[in-house]
Design a protein around this ligand. Structure first.
Ligand code: NAG
Ligand code: NAG
Ligand code: NAG
Ligand code: NAG
Ligand code: NAG
Ligand code: NAG
Ligand code: NAG
Length: 335
């Protein structure tokens, strides 16, 4: 009996959830269409397409000239859907996001549209009639921002069919080149760098939307800087009134737990670290000064310590006072 009651309630709950879901659905979901047309020259090679999202694999499709492959989906209000497709038109191949942004299909898409009409031509893809200009002309700039030590930065950049030669850059100099990327045709530029005794080689361009796969931003300017990774200092100084209660601090990053430290009045607790190229380091600290406590990021942004930090500095000097915390002289947090 009780089992049956439970079942009934469960079904009722399920039904009512379902109903309310459908009631709100209309206002929060948008319908999108992605269409991929084959407008390639007729050469007996089909355009093979394989599209996927995180959750859906739409399978492989062969399109003859004039054919299209379409799919529709509903985007939720969080605009998190990403569909990417891999294209083969022997011997060429490429892959890119065909949808990663509500309203414009892709970031920097040409129009506000819920119809994402992609057309494959022999040398370019268009989105909704516009040559996807974000893929078109690219600049690679390589700056020598190394310390001055009489050794030039020597570099040698190449693609499969171009050799850009050897170049020596003195400090402050840059070496630039531009090229046209046709997004079907996979351009890769790689460079070898020498700064005696160091030497390294990597791709400076291998992705039409972000310069390199997993590059930090959508851009067709690929600005590389050779430098020494900047070293940052975080210093936490207690300027609290002397009342026998120490300031206890516990700082962590994603990878490092710096442990618990008690700072007496007039003392400081410091740590230093090297920030990586992608500026992704975050350090957050928890502070206790009985009965008060607070936690916040003490570092989450290269150059200014924190987003909207008061000054450009590699030294992040936090001072704990009776009424809160200052960063490099500017009040940032109340207790
Ligand atoms: C697509 O065509 C290729 C030959 O060009 C063939 O190997 C493949 O099986 C075809 N795939 C589908 C899904 O029809
Ligand atoms: C795909 O969508 C486009 C644009 O709405 C339409 O012209 C075309 O007929 C559709 N193709 C198929 C196979 O549904
Ligand atoms: C670059 O400098 C090195 C010495 O550091 C020299 O041997 C080489 O010839 C120079 N190359 C060019 C292209 O100027
Ligand atoms: C290379 O490009 C950068 C970024 O646009 C620019 O600041 C710099 O002056 C250029 N250098 C040369 C030598 O053209
Ligand atoms: C910090 O001080 C508290 C007492 O105020 C003590 O319980 C704790 O063990 C101390 N921690 C460290 C790391 O010294
Ligand atoms: C922490 O850094 C500050 C600022 O550079 C410095 O004045 C202080 O002496 C350092 N404290 C310790 C314990 O190293
Ligand atoms: C060429 C083409 O398809 N243009 C369309 C792009 O999207 C806008 C907004 O939906 C339409 O008005 C255009 O006709």
């Amino acid at each position: 009996m009780s089992h049956l009651l439970f079942k009934t309630i469960f079904i009722f709950l399920l039904l009512s959830f379902h109903l309310s879901f459908h009631q709100t659905e209309a206002s929060i979901f948008h319908h999108f269409l992605v269409a991929i047309f084959n407008n390639l020259p007729n050469n007996d090679v089909p355009l093979t397409v394989h599209c996927q999202s995180r959750d859906d694999d739409l399978g492989y499709h062969n399109l003859t000239v004039g054919q299209s492959f379409n799919f529709t989906f509903r985007e939720n209000i969080f605009w998190r859907t990403v569909f990417y497709c891999h294209f083969w038109w022997h011997p060429k191949e490429t892959s890119f996001d065909v949808f990663n942004k509500g309203q414009r299909c892709i970031k920097h898409g040409p129009y506000y549209s819920h119809n994402c009409i992609w057309v494959a031509f022999s040398d370019v893809f268009t989105l909704n009639g516009t040559e996807a200009s974000i893929f078109h002309r690219f600049l690679v700039a390589i700056f020598n921002n190394l310390p001055n030590n009489d050794i030039p930065l020597t570099l040698h950049c190449q693609s499969d069919d171009k050799d850009l030669g050897y170049h020596n850059l003195t400090v402050g100099q840059s070496f630039n080149f531009t090229f046209h990327e046709d997004i079907i045709w996979k351009t890769v530029f790689y460079c070898r760098f020498w700064w005696h005794p160091k030497e390294i080689e990597f791709d400076v361009f291998n992705n039409g939307q972000r310069c390199i796969k997993h590059g930090p931003i959508y851009s067709h300017d690929c600005i590389w800087e050779a430098g020494i990774r900047p070293k940052f200092l975080v210093s936490i100084f207690s300027s609290l009134p002397n009342n026998n209660v120490p300031l206890t601090v516990h700082c962590q990053s994603r990878d490092d737990d710096l442990g618990f430290h008690n700072i007496t009045v007039g003392q400081s607790y410091n740590f230093t670290f090297y920030e990586n190229f992608f500026w992704r380091t975050v350090f957050f600290c928890h502070f206790w000064w009985h009965p008060k406590e607070i936690s916040f990021d003490v570092f989450n942004k290269g150059q200014k310590c924190i987003k909207k930090g008061p000054v450009y500095s590699h030294d992040c000097i936090w001072i704990a006072e009776l009424d809160g915390f200052t960063l490099n002289g500017v009040k940032e947090h109340d207790w």
